[in-house]
Design a protein. Structure first.
Length: 122
């Protein structure tokens, strides 16, 4: 992982599961080889974490539906990983975006507030 340091008010169990899911999806998408990159950067009063892979990317029809609960392209999967990860980020007062280009990998960006008060369970 590379990027700026920051202290974030998060639920470590929830955000840990969300990030683990994103990294697992990225690793599985690359099949036999590739790199998963995690970067972080300050954006004023926000912090962006990006999980990116250099796998095959997603076709437009898959990218459009990837946040729908129970939608999956995997033979063994529930289709809940990305929707749950997005919900966790939403509950932390953040933003969640997926961008993918066929042949150019997939990037998931999480933007979280850098404020002094916890966002979860306010």
């Amino acid at each position: 992982m590379s990027g700026d340091d920051a202290e974030l008010w998060i639920d470590p169990a929830q955000m840990g599961r969300a990030l683990l899911n994103l990294m697992t999806n990225a690793a599985q998408a690359m099949r036999d080889s590739g790199v998963v990159r995690i970067t972080g950067e300050r954006l004023g009063d926000r912090y962006r974490l990006t999980v990116a892979d250099d796998g095959p990317g997603m076709p437009p029809d898959v990218a459009t539906r990837c946040l729908e609960p129970f939608f999956t392209t995997k033979t063994r999967g529930t289709g809940l990983g990305l929707p749950i990860a997005k919900r966790v980020v939403d509950e932390h007062g953040g933003g969640f975006a997926v961008s993918a280009d066929p042949g150019a990998g997939t990037r998931v960006s999480i933007v979280l507030p850098l404020d002094d008060a916890p966002a979860v369970g306010e």
